[in-house]
Design a binder for this molecule. Sequence first.
Ligand SMILES: [Zn+2]
Ligand SMILES: [Zn+2]
Ligand SMILES: [Zn+2]
Length: 314
Amino acid sequence: MNLLTNAVESIQVGVEDYQSGARPRLLSAVRNIHAGILLLYKEALRRESPNDSKDVLMMAKIAPSRDPNGRVVFVGVGKNTVDVRQIRERFEALQIGTDWKRFVRINEVRNDVEHLYPRLDQKALEGLISDSFLLVRDFIANELKHDPLELLGEETWQTMLEVTEVYQKERQECDRLIAGVNWGSPTLQDGVADLTCRECGSDLLKPVESPIGEMIFQCSSCGEDESPESYVPKAVAFALRGASYEAVKDGGETPYVRCPECGEETYVIEERRCALCKHKAEHSCARCGCEIPAEELDSSPFCGYCAYMMNKDD
Ligand SMILES: [Zn+2]
Ligand SMILES: [Zn+2]
Ligand SMILES: [Zn+2]
């Protein structure tokens, strides 16, 4: 089996699927392009594997063995090849570079596409094609040392390039509009840039002012509107994903909590304000004067202890 040929064919077939535009073919486009990228990654690991090691670096399971001279060597065993987590570990160890941020997005679309997006269409996948094109182009050139245009072929290259150019222009327009809005919260502003449409998965979302003066998001692909009640909690969770992870891991203070006013998970501790309803909670306990811990803001203007004591007295 020639891995590189398989990888390239998988991407070419995926792009043909994409061009057809019908929903089943679009699902197949996502699967094929994703599979093609994984094969490119495995090819890079295969090339780095020592001779007579049974392609050790691209195999999921590695075991010690002896070569004909009695020396200990490591070889690949079984039929399973590396999964994404292993690819990432081995790339890091061997300094093989790829754009993991783009890959994570492609991987998310791959996992979500069949179940989550009732309105999936060609336009909604422009972001995926663009991410894939930039990732594949750079990986082929920088790590596999091939000419990406030559390897992918004129047709696949042109199709991906054109979609990428259209997409990038629209993305810039979305970013420009997002930057022009006064979000009243740096966390929210940070998080809205990562939102995707809940109907079709596209990330080409434009902020628009609704007739009642709310900032809503409108999908450029399927036209779906999303209200602040729906997107603000997602945006806050996106923006503070890293901080939440750290808080759980190291036992630090949680970065956002349920807002005591509107009840959504949108109260940003550092900003001392709710990103959704703009409520500013009292952070000092009205009974004992101590600083109310983030987890107890629910009972603001009292700390958890005082709220408990007062309830008990009732
Ligand atoms: Zn949409
Ligand atoms: Zn609130
Ligand atoms: Zn208190």
